[in-house]
Structure formats: C-alpha cells, structure tokens
Design a protein around this ligand. Sequence first.
Ligand code: SAH
Length: 392
Amino acid sequence: AHAPREALPPSGRRWPFRRLLALRPLGLDENAWAEVLEYLGYGVHRSLEFYSGMGGMASALNQAKSLYRVAEAYDMNLNANLAYELNFHIRPSCSSIENLKKRQLDKKARFWLLSPPCQPYTRAGKQEDINDPRSRSFLNLLEVLVTLDTPPDYFLMENVKGFDTSKMREFMLTKLRSLSFHIAEFLLQPKQFGIPNTRLRYYCIARRTKPFPGEVTSQINLSIPSMGSSTGQGMADSKATVQPPTLGEFLGKVLLKDDGKTDIESFLVPQRVLKRCGGYRFDIAAPWSRDSACFTKGYGTTHVKGTGSVLLLDEWRTNDRREEPRPPQCRILSGEERARFFTPQEALKLSGFPESYRFPPKLTHRQAWALIGNSLNVCVVANLIRFLHHAE
Ligand code: SAH
C-alpha cells in the first residue's frame, strides 16, 4: 500500500525543479530564486521539523544545500521558537507533539526531521525508555506516521548514545520497516568532521526511494561512507584520520578577545563557583586543544560540573605558542586561575552553526547556552542529509 513514490513534491506537480533552478535569472542568488519558485508553487520540497528547538535541522538543510526546506516546525519551548523565527522566518507551532493527529500531518511533506527528548535514554538517567512520559510524543508521531495516506519518503532522527540500545529504537525501526523504509544508523562525533568538539550522537536516516549500499545497513556505522568526488563538494570524509584543527585556529574571528575593551567579565566563571568546585577536574579548553567537552543544557550556570569546557584566560593570552609538554586537559584549578565560559557565539561555531546565526537580543546568555546545549551539531547532520540523498 505504501510503495515508494517517484521524487515528486506533495502538490503532485511534475515540474523538473532542478532544471527550473538552473534557469535562474542573472544576478539572483540560488536561494532567492528557489524561494521565488516555491512561492509560485513549483518544486516545493517541503519538510517538517519536529522538536525544532533553535533550528539545528533547518540549519543543516541549508548547509547541505538540500532542495528541502522546513515548511512547518514544532516545539513547545518559547525561547527556542523566538530564535527559530528570527533565523528561519517560520514560527514553530508550540502545541505538544503528543497531540498531533493524522489530519495535521498527512500530505504535508516528503521529509521528516526530528530530535526527540533524550532524557529517557541517557546513560546517566533512569533509562525508563519507552515508559518515560517524555517518550509519549515520539510514540505518538510514530503511531501517526504509519497511518498516513502519503507518508514522507525521507526520515532523519537524532538522539543520544543510549538510544541505540533502547526499546524505543526497536519500536521506531519496526514502524519504519512497515512502511518499507531503507534504514541506516550511525554513531558519530563532530571531531570526525573537523570540528574540535565532543558530541557523540545516534542518528537514524531512512528513505523509501532507494536502498542504501548493503554494507551501511547491516550495523550501526561509526562513519559516513565516502560519497566520491562528484558529489563531494565540501563533503567531509568522516573516516579521515586527519585531526581536527586546534581551538585557537578553529574559533578564529569569533574568539572573544581579552583586550581590555571586550566585556569578558560577563563570561567569567564566578570565583565562588570555582571555590566550591575545589578538587573537581575541569575540562580545560586551551588554544592548542583539538577537542572540547560536549555542551549541555546547564552550561554557563553555577552547575559547571560536567556541563562543558572552560577556558583559562592566561592560557589564551600566550596563544598557542607554548611548547610541549602541555598540561592535561582535565585538571583541578588553583585559586588564582581565572576561567571563562565559551561565549554563545563560540559555542555556536563549535556546534557547526553558521556565523550568520543570531539569538534574539532579549535572550540572556544562559538562555542561549541552554538552547545550544539541547541542540545538535549542524555539520554532522548536514553530512548525513547529503548521504541520505546520495546515489538515488
Ligand atoms: N534539534 C533541536 C533541539 C531538540 S531538543 C535544536 O536544534 O535545537 C528537544 C526539543 O523538544 C526541546 O526544544 C523541547 O522543547 C522539545 N519538546 C520536548 N517535548 C515536546 C513535545 N511534547 N512537544 C513539542 N516539543 C517538545
């Protein structure tokens, strides 16, 4: 009943969108031209972003130069929705995904992108998995998915390490298989894509259009297979053994300069917090480090333990000229050392967002950090999107 359809927009119009795109008037940039075409109703490649947060998936579609655009987004977090609207000009729906019905989702889009709440599956948590109330909305989505008359042809979901061994994963795979999706799963790190940041995440991509190469479907993959040079424009080979750049090199011009003019004070870890953490081994991001700890929701609050890395002001003043041996990345701080958090702009860059990403001025730094901590690495997802559409 659910045979994969030919690549067609849901409107059913048979316009060769790529050819229309190539007829772009001189002087108009490709995105603007795509928008004009969309406005006229041609080749609209619609996608839905569930749990849209600050828009990691929408940003990844842009970065992948995908022909898909988010038509509708869903999230209950109002700060996230403000950031989303500012950057992607769509106001996400803030009603709970738990209550979405078939009539609201059918025939809407050919691509679903989603990153459901991860707390039910985190290794540090209680792992209530499918029984956790926070799993309900995802259960509902999957239940609705299999009832659609026109289900999407593409599916991409992101979650924590831990999801890969959950009952929820089994449930998801069963539902996807019942719609004849071809499925590929991954566990990937930003470091594999040249970004000096840790964020080990589970990804599931699926399509109904064409099978994936066999070797990708038989296991959970630890890298994305190379796609060859013809489509390889800007494509990072996640297998490459080259190490990521240093933080000093990578941050470049978004790095907050300690020049006496910039407001570095507002990013300092308060002395009282440092004192309270006596004996705690901080993850210290130095200019020569090729890694930084995963940002989590509590970053920049008084809960500094395990929420991300801090920078030592003195280390960054000498800027990468230090000879080996270098101090260990995790160590206890002495009372005299001054540490600061990554600024939201720096954390954005480490999460693969473009420098054009903006937070609404009314959000505080903490609110911005919380959104980044919940979000995803855009560069990793962009590479997965390219793989998803590759060789069709
Ligand atoms: N990928 C997103 C973040 C996902 S985090 C990004 O790039 O920012 C999970 C998100 O799901 C959170 O923003 C949370 O507000 C939202 N969420 C959780 N349960 C929800 C529900 N039942 N309905 C709508 N949104 C929900």
